[in-house]
Design a binder for this molecule. Sequence first.
Ligand code: GLA
Length: 742
Amino acid sequence: MKKQFLLLAMAGMVSLSSWAQDVVLENAKFHAGDDASWAGVNVDESSWRDIKNSATWTSQGVKIENGFGWYRYHVNILKSMLEKSDLKETVDFVLGGVDDADETYLNGQLIGKTGRFPSDEKGYASQWSTKRNYRVKANSSLIKWDADNVLAVRVYNAGDPGGMFEGPIRVRVPNTIDNLSINISEGTDGKGVVQSFSTLKSTMQASKSGVFSVKVVDPETGETLGEKSMKVSVNEKKGKTIAVPYDNHRMVRIVSTFTESKSGLSCTTQYIPKYILTPAAPAEPRFNTAPIYGVRPGSPVHFRFGVSGEKPMKFSAADLPAGLTLNPDNGALSGSIEKAGSYTFTVKARNAKGEQSQRFTIRCGSKIALTPPMGWNSWNCWGLSVTQDKVISSAKALIDKGLADYGYCYMNIDDGWEAKERNADGTIAVNEKFPSMKDLGDWLHSEGLKFGIYSSPGDLTCGGYLGSIDHELQDAESYNSWGIDYLKYDWCGYGRKHRTEPDNQTVASYVRPYLLMERCLRQQPRDIFYSLCQYGMADVWKWGEAVDANSWRTTGDITDTWASLYHIGFELQPELYPYAKPGHWNDPDMLIVGKVGWSNNLRDSRLTPDEQYTHISLWTLLASNMLIGCDIAQMDEFTVALLCNNEVNAVNQDILGKQAKRDVEDGSIQVWSRPLSDGSYAVGIFNVGGTDARVDFKKYFPQLGIKSLKSVRDLWRQQDLSTSDVSYFIPTHGVKYLKVTF
Ligand code: GLA
């Protein structure tokens, strides 16, 4: 029997290959320090401690900074491995990453080295993430078959943590097929037709031939929708790529297999390409945003009507409240209203294809953020490398790619804008990356967009920049003078002060810095959305509203993996629904779709397409802040469609403002629902398990209080579905997102 291993090669891609039998090493004997004789066979290990190679030595209680440690393994190299391999050429010692540099010895002889030690001629170099695969010729006298061999790994670590961490070590005699790999990507051909590209590569000198086939498969029915197959021959210099088109408006899998002729062995890689569910918007004007907006009396109004459709478009309103003007070209509303009250009027949008109007209400009173904020924040893409130009380029793309037509309006600068020191008068200064906050704010407002910024109640922000401590009022005044509409106020450096406070066990001690800034913000003659960021400490959702916060982060930082999304979304949010309401929202952190990277180096989100549908569906159900975390200038068609589905976003922006509750947890199936202002319910049926599933929605009717269904609509596809056949295919980590009435 051949062993099969599952390798998760990258987001959406799974490789399956038939490996030769291998020996697995998880535990070693370990000694701190450095002694050349430890490479040898006969070493007294009685004083050596046990250690695992799956976690750093630091995490196992060993503290070696800027020093050496040795791992020794005893391994019986089985002759049967040799017999089972069709190649019989090498014995491979696969170590994975080692923090930071290593030399590896077999029975006293050096068989491989990665990274450099400080004593090396060129000096120290870390290669902690490089995967090590050390090869010894199978006919080498170094190998003792069916007997004890000693594998000794000398590791140098600089800083903290250190050691082997990617265990287990695998010792194997590879087959031909183990030296071949298939990588799948997506793109377009010269004519713009969507294609999958499957590339077969070999690490062997000798050419190997066989059949390389690529299939486009419907995961629900198993049906093959497209296929290409050919005889190929590859070696280390010559790979082979097969391009196969597919329909990127439906869920498919690309399954690529190579079967080597001589051995009959094969390797397979599966890939889930991005697929677009949101139908294209009509060419006629269509209003996509909530018909309501909250502003305080006398505060400047900055609002842009979100209307999709062919451009140019003209906006008009006959009965605007006194004090407001509407820009006819971009739909930006500006001015201010002096008197509290509810003002309803009709706005019209017209283009070459038609005209549409919407009744719209401005509630002028004490509340803002009547629906969750939508916009962008610089952190998940640019991290501390954010610049004014990068903000402008994302803002322009927000407009050009149509995201502003769906209500995305906040353009928020996260950490990294502050100067090293305050001005002589104590006011906050910006660093060289931000030539003029005032100009930036004015320009954003002229487009009907809003302007956000970031600070900390402590001395320093999380990124080590200046915080607002002892300068709260001055900072709030600066924000006002720049035209700031949103402040993210991040605990970070305040932790140091908090630790020294005598009452730091009390909720009051957590509330204090946030209340202080709230008072300073409220003294400004403008509305500033107040976003608390303290990762959910002291059950912030219970007192966020009391400090008049408009939202509060409920968790630590999100990252673009399923583990992070699952933990934050499905494990930490279920109990928080009672706390969300118009003006005050739970914030499970920013979106992780599109190109992210927390630095100058951006990459595609590591979430699969289905995980991204789950992410947006859950965040809209949760009435969460919808802050895009990627570079909008580089946003692809898939991500635009994901973020600009008017029916999906309408759930997030529903004016009832009720956050979803988890009604069902049935193994890997979860059902979340929230009531909407039109009497219907938004329902997300999630498959959080590792395999595709078929779900009979009827089974959960009792938990949802459904006696008989009146209507079912697929929100992503914007299609009405049958009320009697409610059985759905839901891919692994995917969702069926419905709007139902009953
Ligand atoms: C914290 C926050 C992040 C981001 C960074 C900036 O980690 O939780 O969202 O603002 O600080 O340094």
